[in-house]
Write a protein that binds this ligand. Structure first.
Ligand SMILES: C[S@@+](CC[C@H](N)C(=O)[O-])C[C@H]1O[C@@H](n2cnc3c(N)ncnc32)[C@H](O)[C@@H]1O
Length: 219
């Protein structure tokens, strides 16, 4: 497989830090990872048929069009999270006047996210989880997601599948499969999974796995 390590803009030895991501979002170029069309997951959101006042947590949302697509569907109780204040400021400008809560915090070492434990009906993450590569980070991520979700709440995760180079702009990535995601989530029902090839702005093809799950109280 040809190695094209250019899905982000700024190379750095720092991984998952606020400075690293702020630097990416401060560049004028559009990040390669951005979905320019309606997010691929929207039909899954239709499928689960949540009430319009459902509380939706968008993890590592960047300045993607996910929030806009949710608002268009009539959802308004939206928490837009990212470690990058620069990304969130871009979203704040786009959605000025909306009820969206902008929550700058680190999913792995949070200081504010805990205040939402037990409140979330739907947790969405596209392309953030795969930057967490250590056992400690992955454990913190899945534990945080589970605490955020209500019982019967849903999670939609979109991550690079095994058919990718495990590196992006100098950052090591964790590649995922349906089995490895499900093994990390034993207390959920797994309702849907799909492999999706995404062509970035630079022409690179990145292969994602998406999974829709529902939190249960299995021990
Ligand atoms: C590849 S981008 C994906 C952005 C967006 N989800 C999308 O699909 O366009 C990864 C995002 O994760 C965010 N991020 C990285 N580490 C994070 C952390 N520890 N906590 C919260 N967000 C983080 C970055 O700032 C960035 O917006």
């Amino acid at each position: 497989m040809e190695v094209k390590d250019s899905c982000c803009i700024v190379s750095s030895s720092e991984t998952t830090s606020k400075d690293y991501w702020d630097a990416n979002f401060n560049k004028l170029e559009t990040p390669n990872w951005i979905e320019r069309n309606t997010p691929w997951i929207m039909p899954w959101i239709d499928l689960i048929n949540l009430p319009k006042d459902a509380k939706i947590f968008c993890a590592g949302v960047g300045d993607s069009n996910l929030v806009e697509s949710l608002l268009t569907k009539g959802f308004y109780n939206i928490v837009a999270n990212d470690i990058s204040e620069v990304a969130l400021n871009k979203l704040r400008i786009k959605h000025a006047g909306s009820e969206v809560i902008f929550l700058q915090d680190d999913l792995i070492n949070p200081s504010k996210i805990q205040s939402l434990h037990g409140e979330i009906d739907l947790y969405i993450d596209r392309a953030t989880l795969h930057f967490f590569t250590t056992c400690k980070e992955k454990e913190a991520y899945f534990s945080q997601m589970e605490k955020l979700l209500k019982l019967d709440g849903y999670s939609i995760l979109g991550v690079f599948n095994k058919d990718n180079v495990a590196k992006c702009c100098g950052l090591e990535l964790q590649l995922w499969s349906r089995d490895s995601l499900q093994n990390r989530m034993p207390t959920y029902d797994h309702l849907k999974a799909a492999e999706v090839a995404f062509t970035e702005i630079n022409g690179n093809v990145r292969n994602y796995i998406y999974q829709l799950s529902q939190k249960k109280n299995y021990k």
